[in-house]
Design a protein around this ligand. Structure first.
Ligand code: SIN
Length: 361
């Protein structure tokens, strides 16, 4: 706005500045961004393929955390983001030792006043297991969000960048506080206890069968519609701060023609617990029962789960659990039952107590 008279130009300029200042004051100060730490562990989200059309047969866990962050400049709009490379592995190699290192690091970071939330980038194959482990041992109400990708970073329409953006905004959100460990994939928010990978390769591979996801991420906002009622994170009785090694617990898979070989082999290798992923409602083949009884007699805790993937495992239904002194997995799938049994065994070997934990977490 230029007037021939310089005095009038100055007055107009001051007027514009005055109204801009008033408008800014009316809006209030810019909201403070949350501080979110991204802990990178590898997986397809950090994977690279031979070409842009390579969506299978690529190499997981090759791109470092700083490059993942730089690839999504939009992250700076939703949080102050920092990154740490904790591991660089494909998630089929995730182990109890990795979990202990990761969980201890998460607890240290969340105890700091300058950390508001954590995002963990992870391979999708065992993401649900790491999420549930953390859901039981993280001692904080602050958000912890796991995220992965079904397509490598080099693919056309890679899902990693949008998933990472959603995970960071979820970890930075007030809505995610106190909700337990969450999984952000494909614009959906899932609970660590219930989510499972149900497809080998499609983008909608993460589902919570029957019980349903918790909510959506849309338009840079998290929308919750449900919450988990089972105890988690700050409410659990598990403390891994002094645990150096988790007890050995293995899974045997039920199938037609099943025999005792796998149970006997795990016991010979030192198992302290066996999760039996039985057919149907956790039924036990006649040939496996003596091996499981022998395992229990040697002190191992036997948990009956189901390979079906949905529904409650009925106590004293397909087997007399009271008589056999077995525990049932409730609705946990076998891989999550293994995690809860390991943590339970760090506290007790009393099967009644362990059964209580399965109905609590
Ligand atoms: C992995 O789990 O590390 C590989 C597969 C994936 O991330 O989707």
């Amino acid at each position: 706005m230029l007037y021939k008279n310089p005095a009038r130009s100055m007055i107009a300029l001051f007027a514009i500045l005055f109204f801009m200042t008033q408008a800014a004051q009316a809006e209030g100060p810019a909201p403070k961004l949350a501080n979110v730490t991204i802990l990178a562990t590898g997986g397809t989200i950090a994977g690279t393929g031979a070409s842009s059309t390579t969506t299978v047969g690529y190499t997981a866990a090759t791109v470092g955390v700083q490059r993942l962050i730089q690839a999504v400049p939009e992250l700076a709009k939703v949080a102050n983001v920092s990154g740490e490379q904790v591991f660089q592995i494909a998630s089929e190699n995730m182990s109890n030792e990795h979990w202990l290192i990761l969980a201890k690091r998460v607890n240290v970071l969340l105890a700091q006043a300058n950390v508001d939330g954590i995002v963990i980038t992870h391979g999708t194959d065992t993401l649900e297991e790491t999420a549930y482990f953390l859901n039981l041992v993280v001692k904080s109400r602050k958000p912890v969000v796991l995220v992965g990708a079904m397509r490598p970073s080099t693919a056309i329409s890679a899902d990693g960048p949008i998933n990472l953006y959603n995970a960071v905004l979820l970890a930075a959100s007030q809505e995610a506080i106190g909700k337990g460990v969450l999984v952000a994939m494909n614009d959906q928010i899932q609970a660590a206890r219930e989510v499972t990978k149900v497809n080998t390769s499609t983008l909608d591979a993460f589902r919570t069968p029957e019980l349903g996801m918790l909510g959506y991420i849309q338009g840079s906002k998290a929308f919750f519609y449900r919450q988990v009622v089972r105890k988690h994170t700050f409410e659990t009785e598990f403390d891994i701060s002094k645990v150096a090694v988790l007890p050995q617990v293995d899974i045997v898979y039920g199938y037609a023609n099943m025999g005792p070989v796998a149970v006997d082999a795990f016991m010979a290798a030192g198992a302290k617990g066996i999760v039996h992923a039985g057919v149907g409602d956790g039924s036990l083949a006649a040939k496996v029962v003596p091996a499981l009884k022998a395992a229990r007699a040697k002190g191992a805790v036997v948990v009956r789960a189901s390979r079906v993937g949905q529904g409650i495992l009925a106590r004293n239904g397909e087997a007399n659990d009271d008589e056999l002194d077995f525990v049932v997995a409730d609705t946990l799938n076998a891989q999550k039952a293994r995690i809860l049994l390991m943590l339970a065994l760090t506290k007790t070997s009393d099967t009644k107590e362990i059964q209580r934990m399965f109905y609590t977490y």
